[in-house]
Design a protein around this ligand. Structure first.
Ligand code: NAD
Length: 458
């Protein structure tokens, strides 16, 4: 663990580097994004190995969801020049002649704190925005994915100067030491409880925060659907990474007329995905640690297990599990599940489902499966969530132009694509005047000028 002095020294060096103005140069940023791209490509094997050791992450999933940060880098490289250009906005006639322009400028030295579930991607993806916007950055990967944390520290040490991008490894105490320092932005991904701690610490320095948090993301299933596609998309979104996905469908709210058929179809999908013995299947992951395993297995008696339920504490295995007859008061319906257990709650009409969703804090994601356009509009109008995906799960995260973030308890701020660039930039408003005229309507003496002012104000 780094002591406070060492952390202060890294920040001091980064401030000195930032002050050289080098990071403001767009060609420097592009060059660094290319270095980042090459670093990921050259170190794929080590990253995949670390993810396997931490989460038994299947190689296919690791490519799609972690190495996949390459797509974000490419998208940013492609658009960076246009994002960094000052943008003219309309000025007002009484200011004639003048020009009003927004200049995006970097914030300075930023801190990025990452969680363990997508430990590589969730450290690098915000970094792409920080680099693009011209900042220096300190990365704090999650100590709960220690192999990935080590791999990140190793590859950054070899490819980036720590006065520009540094990795600080360690647990809660290290985070606490970091949080004592003044940063120009803190980007945190993790749970709501820790999010509150981060915001409190940031407030002491008036540091702006982005909080990418979690919550219970509902998945509402109407009767008017393609059953086979619905079942497959739900099973995939829930059970990739063994359910340890911030936007995984947390629980199902199902129209009671199709519940039986939906369950049957999800059951078939699980068999198709992972076979009869998921514990022997290389395409199925594991729970991160004993603490999470114990928390999750306690949910198994919160209803009637209709699929799965098998566990192995030695290998941290929990089978893909469906639980029926779950009461809304049960512990599994009170906190984010964040594991491969899917409770099913039935409803009689859509308003009842909306009532259940709205009785919980605003979620990070909301899923609706329905062909009915009126129902789709009703859900968009009557619920609030970080994002919505209609007729699929999780895939909304893959659209770079859709800002990704929560609302209320699921987070503050957003990122991905241009939103990442904006998150790590200050939008500096600039008014440029000329010396051509200097009409006296605003200067004292005011006598005789009020009527003109009234006309200007309208
Ligand atoms: P966490 O909040 O426990 O930890 C996240 C980070 O905070 C880690 O780096 C950890 O070292 C640090 N930390 C922990 N306790 C701290 C403290 N007291 N003071 C300062 N720092 C502290 O989250 P987690 O368990 O790693 O991740 C799971 C949570 O993250 C879930 O709620 C999930 O929904 C959420 N999540 C959200 C997103 C998103 O994009 N919105 C993505 C992934 C995970």
């Amino acid at each position: 663990m780094l002591v406070q002095l060492e952390i202060s020294e890294i920040i001091r060096q980064q401030r000195l580097f930032f002050a050289t103005g080098k990071t403001k140069d767009v060609s420097f940023r592009l060059e660094q994004l290319k270095v980042l791209r090459k670093t990921v490509l050259d170190n794929q094997a080590a990253i995949l190995q670390a993810l396997k050791a931490d989460l038994n992450k299947p190689t296919f999933e690791a490519y799609a969801t972690e190495i996949g940060v390459l797509k974000e880098i490419d998208y940013t490289i492609k658009h960076l020049k246009s994002w960094t250009k000052p943008k003219k906005v309309a000025s007002t006639p009484e200011q004639f002649p003048s020009e009003a322009v927004i200049y995006p400028e970097p914030l300075g030295v930023v801190l990025i704190i990452a969680p363990w579930n997508y430990p590589f991607q969730l450290t690098l993806s915000p970094l792409v925005g920080a680099i693009a916007a011209g900042n220096c950055a300190i990365l704090k990967p999650s100590e709960l994915a220690p192999h990935t944390s080590r791999a990140i520290a190793d590859i950054f040490q070899k490819n980036f100067d720590k006065s520009y991008i540094a990795v600080v490894e360690g647990g809660v105490e290290t985070s606490q030491e970091l949080l004592k320092e003044k940063f120009d932005h803190i980007f945190f991904t993790g749970g709501t409880a820790v999010g509150k701690i981060i915001m409190e610490a940031a407030a002491k320095h008036l540091t702006p925060v982005t909080l990418e948090l979690g919550g219970k993301s509902p998945c509402i299933v109407d009767a008017d659907i393609n059953l086979e596609h619905t079942a497959r998309r739900i099973a995939w979104g829930k059970f990739i990474n063994s359910g340890q996905t911030c936007i995984a469908p947390d629980y199902l709210l199902v129209d009671k007329t199709i519940k039986k058929d939906l369950i049957e179809n999800i059951k078939n999908c699980l068999k198709e995905f992972y076979g009869d013995r998921p514990e022997n299947n290389p395409d199925y992951g594991r729970i991160i640690n004993q603490k999470q395993f114990a928390r999750l297995t306690a949910f198994l008696n919160n209803g009637e297990i209709i699929v799965g339920g098998k566990i192995n504490p030695e290998t941290l295995y929990i089978a893909p599990t469906l639980i029926d007859n779950v009461s809304l008061d049960a512990p599994i319906m009170q906190e984010e599940i964040f594991g491969p257990i899917l409770p099913i709650v039935e409803y009689n009409n859509l308003s009842e489902a909306i009532g259940i969703v709205n009785s919980q804090p605003k979620p990070l994601a909301l899923y609706l499966f329905s062909k009915n356009k009126d129902y789709q509009e009703k859900i968009l109008r009557e619920t609030s969530s970080g994002g919505v995906c209609i007729n699929d799960t999780v895939m909304q995260v893959g659209i770079p132009d859709l800002p990704f973030g929560g609302v209320g308890f699921s987070g503050i701020g957003s990122y991905h694509g241009k939103a990442s660039f904006d998150t790590f930039s200050h939008q500096k408003s600039v008014l440029k005047k000329s010396f051509l005229f200097d009409p006296k309507w605003r200067y004292a003496p005011y006598k005789g000028k009020l009527d003109l002012l009234k006309k200007i104000i309208g």
